[in-house]
Design a binder for this molecule. Structure first.
Ligand code: PNS
Length: 162
């Protein structure tokens, strides 16, 4: 068996992680022997949570999925993959509206590294309308996000000034 082909990276901003992300990771965990959640260190965006906080919250939110690795990366995703020994990129596909952007980055990543393959997973229907942007907006406006994010993320958001 060619084990290296089965390691999968789930990259993203995760600012913050929500239940749709957890659902995708759980599905990937059932398929791939090695799953790496990789948080992008993006200097362009003004983040809600520090990257190290996001990594910590993701790890604590996945406590029932032993073996899932959680880390951060900067630079090109394909360079991170080459170093980590993964060649599968996991992405969630919620709706047709996701398709154009996802198709573009999937093809670009394969152009950058011909061995990179993107695998799309669809979340449970109840999470198809969920996004970090929407969670952030509801939280900033004082709404209840407890049913949208894992408990460790909810506790961290509760502790932040809005
Ligand atoms: O959660 P997001 O913001 O949709 O995730 C986007 C992400 C992190 C997957 C994407 O921006 C990325 O891989 N950035 C790293 C830089 C890179 O490799 N760019 C080239 C591919 S377009």
């Amino acid at each position: 068996m060619r084990d290296h082909a089965l390691a999968a990276v789930y990259p993203g901003s995760f600012d913050p992680m929500h239940l749709g992300h957890v659902d995708i990771i759980r599905r990937a965990w059932e398929i791939f022997p090695r799953v790496i959640v990789a948080v992008l260190q993006n200097t362009d965006k003004a983040p809600l949570l520090a990257v190290s906080t996001r990594v910590d919250l993701i790890a604590r939110s996945l406590a029932d999925l032993p073996g899932v690795e959680v880390t951060s990366f900067s630079g090109l995703l394909v360079d991170f993959m080459r170093h980590s020994g993964a060649r599968v990129i996991l992405r969630g596909m919620r709706a047709v509206s996701d398709f154009e952007y996802e198709f573009q980055i999937a093809l670009m990543n394969r152009r950058l590294w011909s061995e990179a393959e993107t695998v799309f997973l669809t979340p449970n229907e109840e999470f198809t309308y969920l996004s970090s942007r929407v969670v952030k907006e509801i939280w900033q406006l004082g709404g209840d996000v407890s049913g949208l994010v894992p408990p460790p993320v909810h506790a961290a958001l509760q502790a932040l000034p809005r």
